[in-house]
Design a protein around this ligand. Structure first.
Ligand code: GLY
Length: 358
């Protein structure tokens, strides 16, 4: 797969990606390399990376506890302590080897330790490959509020090794797929159509779909790296999706949803709202609802849940002047930003979501 050029770095793939990684490290003369893993990537991915790294630079491994609930400043503090104990200086390199929690948190730790160390992302989950590791967003959650603390700072390189997906649980694959659907819905109708029928999927097809998903995201980020306008479209499904994810995280009686599962629900709800406010054709709404409802289990929300989810919207990062701003769709392949939505329509969208498809 061809490398993809981002603003100041490249996204490289598989065998040639490891060659690019080794070349980059050779010419950069880092004082030490710090690989951040969680216990899963320590067990399943670290030996692969170490076997491919060709360097005489000293390597240290820092392990964090896996899971979104550990994407916190407390975990960052532990990693900052470890870096200090291991005598990290600003000429050190951090390599984040893991899913979105590791790449978001590791990027933030590296960006802030001694006012900034270089970092490289090697995403190991589908979600991190197609979304989290690309575009420079780094950060952690604040309590149950997603990604409230962070900075935008680009990695020096992103290496996608699709071989890591072989050990990824199916539920995690589905979670990552949600961001790929999103890329089609906001920017590329043809890409969405390819994703809407995955029955004949092969590894080769999947690699191509991953590559194309990153191309779509990268094109959006290149136009608007600091999210002043078009990059906001990448938040499609995330206004309600994040609120649902946060709410489920803090309510033990509700199943904890993976990020992509929550975003899929958000995309169905926001498609319904789009059909009422921004002209999304009924045929597009029906297709989105059918494809996403087939891929993701339905979640039942009570009236009380919905009230609390709507209350959480006030923390959304896209809000301005106290107003909640949604990304909606004009049609499949065209997102539109900064849309205000009356609460009644959000309640209606939850009714639509709860209605079985005939
Ligand atoms: N995950 C959305 C973005 O990077 O802008």
């Amino acid at each position: 797969m061809q490398p993809i050029k981002a603003s100041s770095y490249e996204i490289v793939f598989n065998t040639s990606g490891y060659e690019a990684l080794n070349t980059f490290i050779r010419i950069s003369t880092y004082s030490k390399i710090f690989i951040i893993v969680d216990s899963n990537t320590h067990e399943h991915c670290l030996s692969t990376l170490l076997s491919k790294l060709e360097t005489s630079t000293a390597i240290e491994v820092i392990e964090i506890v896996p899971g979104e609930e550990n994407k916190t400043i407390t975990t960052c503090s532990g990693v900052w302590d470890a870096l200090a104990d291991l005598d990290a200086d600003r000429k050190g390199l951090v390599i984040n080897l893991g899913g979105g929690v590791v790449t978001d948190l590791g990027g933030f730790v590296a960006s802030t330790f001694k006012r900034g160390m270089d970092f490289i992302n090697i995403p190991t989950s589908l979600l991190a490959m197609v979304d989290a590791s690309v575009g420079g967003k780094t950060g952690v959650d604040l309590g149950n509020l997603k990604n409230l603390i962070g900075v935008i700072n680009n990695p020096k390189l992103v290496l996608i090794d699709t071989g890591f997906l072989a050990t990824l649980p199916k539920i995690e694959m589905r979670s990552g797929l949600a961001e790929m659907y999103k890329h089609g819905l906001i920017a590329d109708q043809g890409y969405w159509q390819q994703l809407s029928d995955l029955t004949a999927m092969t590894t080769e097809n999947l690699n191509k779909l991953i590559h194309d998903s990153i191309v779509i995201k990268n094109e959006v980020v290149l136009k608007d790296p600091t999210e002043q306008n078009i990059r906001k479209t990448l938040n499609y499904g995330h206004t309600l999706g994040h609120a649902i994810e946060s709410y489920c995280l803090s309510h033990a009686e509700l199943k904890t949803l993976l990020h992509g599962e929550a975003i899929a629900i958000g995309m169905i709800l926001e498609s319904y709202i789009s059909s009422k406010l921004t002209g999304l054709p009924q045929i597009d709404l029906d297709q989105i609802n059918t494809v996403l409802s087939e891929m993701y289990d339905a979640v039942r929300f009570t009236q009380k849940d919905i009230n609390h989810i709507i209350e959480l919207l006030k923390h959304d990062k896209k809000n301005s002047n106290g107003k909640v701003k949604f990304v909606l769709l004009e049609h499949i392949g065209k997102g539109v930003i900064d849309q205000e939505v009356p609460n009644e329509l959000i309640y209606e969208a939850f009714d639509f979501y709860a209605t079985p498809i005939n």
